[in-house]
Design a protein around this ligand. Structure first.
Ligand code: GLC
Length: 564
């Protein structure tokens, strides 16, 4: 394999370590969820070969980079976010040679590749953890995780009051090699995901080595899973009445397991490794912090490059709330010089076409299908708003097809561990993970030659890539057009500010260099003066009435882009 290790994308003579092109500052990054994207071998589960074959589709869509959710060797207790071997591909996804070929082909098409890195926890099938259990109390390997004796007369109570994000105690009791009940270990997520002890030097060494392994394979960056969780407060103190472990933590960094200041030293070390490699390799933090100001800490100049903007993702389709989150996000990133990022959907939340299909205030998890037509209209408008903002944007596979969440999956089909452990919170993630439709017909609508690991709804064929290609009214063609305009128009994506203009209630109007974006978040059309020449609209508009300065009717739940 060493003979044809994938080269970094640009590979030009000035592509030396330290050379900065800033490709990531306004990049549109497409999330592939490998098990649900494309199935190359017809076993009903997506794989790396399937992704590789569909790279031309991504190239044509017009994205800059692909982020792949985990494909590493894993028992799949949490869909691969439980990694047993960080340097191996799970056989259900393929082999290292497939990964190499995928990186190589992506680069040949001008696409960058970002892989998921899961440093907060391993799988309970990881060799270190298995040996730690087998060797019993006193094993040096136990120090690489958080093993503790229980409380109570016989150690029958968990060591502290932390609860898992997926529900239930964040601790599981072990059985000693002689069969008697033993110590407990910490898992902020499922019991099959023991948390690493990042105070142990072997853990830090191992991850530096894993970073280098994948950088040597030619990847352009990492998405860092649970980036805010690695360091725990000394002594693992009780939360004390604060109740359930909250993913967002508290504003003062006072949550003993999330957003502890100690995580930043780790990212400073990682940054020096990334900077040693040519081609500007990056890292993006999945850090669920309570405020964008706390998120900005992860992207200081000597730390990671980007962080997901979950405050934006969680904002409902209301002009005031949107304007505020945009302002606050841009303001928080400006002092650290990092680009803002924007995201509407991912593999952990209800797709935005469904979140926006109901009344405002629907959380990031819902089982209500809402009004599909309304949801799609708003989702398309929300996408054009997102793609007009300064910074980098993330697109989750299938949103370019306008896919809704599958809200009526039968309970017996569900696989998300949080569904089985949670009492309502975070439990419906399977609905956004249903394999995507490529063709109008066929056993799995072109996903593969076999079935599909989650059942696809009957209307999936109408939403397929095949059905939408060439139809100018389709959501797929809207994304293609938007991404192409964004590339040609330097006013979009670049910069770090927007200039707000006066607008009627429920409407947002902002200008960028040579460009204006108008967004109607209300259910009724409004009249505004046409600010320039119409570039693109998220829905049907009266094109007869778009001469600059003429009174223009901006339809309900519609975004229009203008060149000025
Ligand atoms: C992240 C992932 C999610 C996973 C969790 C535990 O939040 O996005 O899918 O369940 O981490 O690894």
């Amino acid at each position: 394999m060493t003979q044809h290790l994938a080269a970094p994308l640009s590979g030009t003579s000035d592509d030396a370590p330290g050379h900065r092109t800033g490709w990531w500052q306004d990049a549109v990054i497409y999330q592939v969820y490998p098990r649900s994207f494309a199935d190359g071998n017809g076993d009903g589960m997506g794989d790396l070969d399937g992704v590789r074959r569909r790279l031309p589709y991504l190239r044509e869509l017009g994205v800059d980079a692909v982020w792949l959710s985990p494909f590493y060797a894993s028992p799949q207790a949490d869909a691969g976010y439980d990694v047993a071997d960080y340097r191996a591909i799970d056989p259900m996804f393929g082999t290292l040679l497939d990964a190499d070929a995928l990186i190589h082909d992506a680069h040949a098409l001008g696409l960058r590749v970002i892989v998921d890195l899961v440093p907060n926890h391993s799988s309970d099938a990881h060799d270190w953890f298995r040996r730690a259990l087998r060797e019993g109390p006193g094993s040096a390997l136990r120090e690489r995780y958080h093993f503790r004796p229980g409380k109570g007369a016989h150690g029958e109570l968990p060591p502290n009051d932390w609860e898992s994000v997926f529900g239930g105690a964040a601790w599981t009791r072990t059985t000693d090699p002689d069969g008697t009940p033993g110590d407990w270990y910490l898992h902020l997520f499922a019991p099959e995901q023991p948390d690493f002890n990042w105070d142990h030097p072997a853990v830090a060494d191992e991850f530096r080595s894993i970073l280098r392994f994948w950088l040597d394979m030619g990847v352009d960056g990492f998405r860092v899973d649970v980036a805010h969780g690695l360091v725990k407060a000394p002594g693992l103190p009780d939360l004390g009445g604060a109740g359930r472990l909250r993913l967002l933590g508290t504003a003062d960094g006072g949550t003993p397991f999330f957003d502890q200041d100690g995580v930043h030293a780790i990212y400073r070390q990682w940054r020096t490794i990334l900077d040693e490699y040519p081609g500007e390799r990056i890292a993006v933090a999945e850090a669920w912090t309570p405020t964008v100001e706390r998120t900005a800490h992860y992207v200081r100049p000597d730390e990671l490059h980007q962080a997901f903007n979950f405050q934006y993702l969680a904002t409902s389709w209301e002009s005031e709330a949107l304007r505020e989150v945009i302002e606050v996000s841009l303001a928080a990133m400006r002092p650290v010089g990092a680009p803002a990022t924007w995201v509407l959907s991912n593999h952990d939340v209800t797709r935005h076409a469904t979140r926006f299909a109901g009344p405002p205030g629907v959380g990031t998890q819902t089982r209500e299908p809402g009004d599909r037509v309304l949801g799609l209209r708003r989702a398309r408008a929300a996408t054009l708003l997102m793609l007009a903002l300064p910074g980098s944007a993330y697109v989750y596979q299938g949103e370019e097809l306008g896919l809704p969440d599958v809200t009526d999956l039968p309970d017996e089909a569900r696989q998300d561990p949080s569904y089985f452990r949670a009492d309502g919170q975070d439990g419906f993630r399977d609905g956004c993970r249903v394999p995507i439709p490529w063709a109008r017909e066929g056993s799995s609508y072109g996903f593969g030659a076999g079935g599909s690991w989650l059942p696809q709804p009957d209307h999936w064929g109408e939403l397929s890539v095949e059905a939408q290609t060439g139809d100018p009214a389709s959501t797929l063609e809207l994304y293609r057009a938007a991404l192409s305009v964004r590339k040609e128009h330097p006013g979009l994506g670049g910069g770090s500010a927007v200039e707000w203009r006066d607008a009627p209630e429920g409407v947002l109007i902002f200008a960028r260099t040579g460009f204006v974006c108008t967004v109607n978040t209300t259910g009724t059309a409004v009249r505004i003066p046409a600010p320039g020449e119409l570039l693109l609209a998220s829905g049907p508009v009266d094109a007869g009435n778009t001469a600059p300065g003429a009174e223009f009717e901006l339809p309900a739940d519609t975004t229009v882009w203008w060149s000025v």
